[in-house]
Write a protein that binds this ligand. Structure first.
Ligand SMILES: [Zn+2]
Length: 254
């Protein structure tokens, strides 16, 4: 039992084959995350076609600026188990208007998630102060900071707010000491893992297209880093996934 809490199956060459391979490797569920309106249909379709694939709908900061009325109006949005991914990414785009668009898009989706009583999936990179400011504006929100690579300060703030933190294959990279340090301070009941496939393959698959079955490598690595049994890490992260996203409700949607 192991859950990939964040992947983009729709970008894989043969999603159905990757899902089958993952299921055979012991990945019991996958959360397929949408990044913009254009890909929403594919994400929803995959979640309808596969019993163990769930959908999240949202607009990634890279797509910020697009009209988000589709998200509020979409019936699929009501059926998704989370809103996102959303957030801020100031790594390459530091222009004032780009930041403004990202902030607006982020806040719009935070408000929507509260309206719909759904957890949020947050992408945040080099935007610590603004991320904290937005979280402060939405005290009723809950969710996860995914593919976490940021500071201990941001992690501690998010944890104090009840958020979970998810680690990708980056935690296996030799130079990711800061990520491993943060992983060590995350309480066990707030820990999630993910592939973020097709990107960020863990060691020893770096350079290859990532897919959910590779989550086993990240899980093995993280278990050893946290001095946990592999089975325990799988059980804990799967339980945390269920507690946060309530995927059991999917059955009622069909
Ligand atoms: Zn992602």
């Amino acid at each position: 039992m192991l859950v990939d809490s964040h992947c983009h199956l729709n970008y894989l060459e043969d999603p159905d084959d990757s899902i089958l391979k993952a299921t055979r490797s012991g990945i019991t569920s996958m959360l397929c995350v949408c990044v913009n309106e254009e890909t929403a249909k594919d994400v929803i379709e995959l979640s309808k076609r596969h019993e163990n694939v769930y959908a999240s709908l949202g607009c990634h900061p890279e797509s910020a600026g697009e009209d988000l009325s589709w998200l509020r109006d979409s019936e699929d949005c009501v059926q998704a188990i989370a809103i996102g991914e959303m957030g801020l990414d100031y790594k390459f785009k530091r222009l004032e208007d780009v930041r403004h668009n990202q902030l607006q898009s982020f806040e719009y989706q935070m408000a929507l998630a509260i309206d719909l009583s759904k957890p949020v999936i947050i992408h945040t990179r080099e935007a610590e102060d603004d991320t904290i400011a937005v979280l402060k504006n939405f005290p009723g929100s809950r969710g996860v900071l995914h593919c976490f690579t940021e500071s201990t300060r941001l992690a501690e703030y998010a944890l104090s707010r009840g958020f979970s933190i998810s680690f990708s294959g980056i935690v296996t990279f030799p130079n990711a000491e800061n990520v491993r340090e943060v992983a060590s301070i995350v309480p066990r009941d707030r820990l999630l893992i993910e592939t973020d496939a097709p990107w960020l393959s863990p060691v020893p698959f770096r350079g290859k297209t990532n897919e959910p079955s590779f989550l086993l490598e990240t899980a093995k690595f993280l278990a050893s880093h946290l001095k946990m049994d592999f089975e325990e890490l799988c059980a804990v992260t799967s339980r945390n996934f269920s507690d946060l996203f309530k995927p059991g409700e999917k059955g009622e949607q069909h």
